[in-house]
Design a protein around this ligand. Sequence first.
Ligand code: 13P
Length: 324
Amino acid sequence: MTTLHATAAGLVGDGKGILAADESIGTMSRRLEDAGVAPTEEHRRAYRELLVTTADLARGISGVILCEETLHQQVADGRGFPTALAALGLATGVKVDTGTAPLAGAPGETVTEGLDGLADRVASCAARGAVFAKWRAVLAIGHGTPGAWAIEANTHALARYARVCQDAGVVPVVEPEVLTAGSHPLEVCAAITRRVLSALRRALDEAGVDPAGMVLKPNMVTPGAGAAPVDPDGVARATVEVLTATMPDDLAGVAFLSGGQSSEDAAAHLTAIRALPTPWPVTFSFGRALVSPALAAWAGDPGAVGAGQAALTREVGRNVAVAA
Ligand code: 13P
């Protein structure tokens, strides 16, 4: 097994998942402000330190995705985050896309950017200790969207990113997110997710990306956030059907995003998905579903770090797969 394969397998194995703590500076600042915390660099750092130093985090978490700002910051004792994570038995990942921009030729749609200079940035993140990376494409369901051009542009960029990472010995976490916004039924999400993942598969093949050295981070197939909910078994069946129809059997694993679902819904859906047979390990790479309760409990109070960490421990515990 190559190092790339071993790293990818380690991220999704043993029932553990990936903690996504890589909100961009802008997004993290908004979330801090919403929690009543001043959006300073130090508060962003202190919040990430709270998360990654949670006792026994490595029992349920294999790796943590950071943004580039955090990759350059230190925990209180002066060690860089990647060094502190490694000492805790956690792999360091880094978000390397630079966010979305309007896609010319597709009014109202976006493409994720960050390909310029990507090889150099990935190499410099790897030199700082990152062993995996993340790139998120965003596709919204609307009248006639996502269009073919937005799907093509975004999946092409994901494949180019993934190949750059693998050439640098870094495991790509490939995130094509179909958003839940809207009141469409589950069947529409299923059809669009299938189109997106089929296009992604073609692009990954064309770029020569090794499936066993990457992790797919997809949305679950759910009705729109404004539509009547479907029971977890229905979500699980639709999700597994779309993924098995589009993805190769030798993928290292699938680690779902939570996409704004409540912590309870995301965990219930993941449990139902895990109950179905799949050719690859299935786990979580949640952001909000894991960290929102911790942020609310901490709210910038140095005396509430323990409460924030207890909330994170509870959410991780909900999602770790119990050995059969
Ligand atoms: P959510 O689980 O909050 O969707 O975040 C996952 C993620 O990494 C988004 O890029």
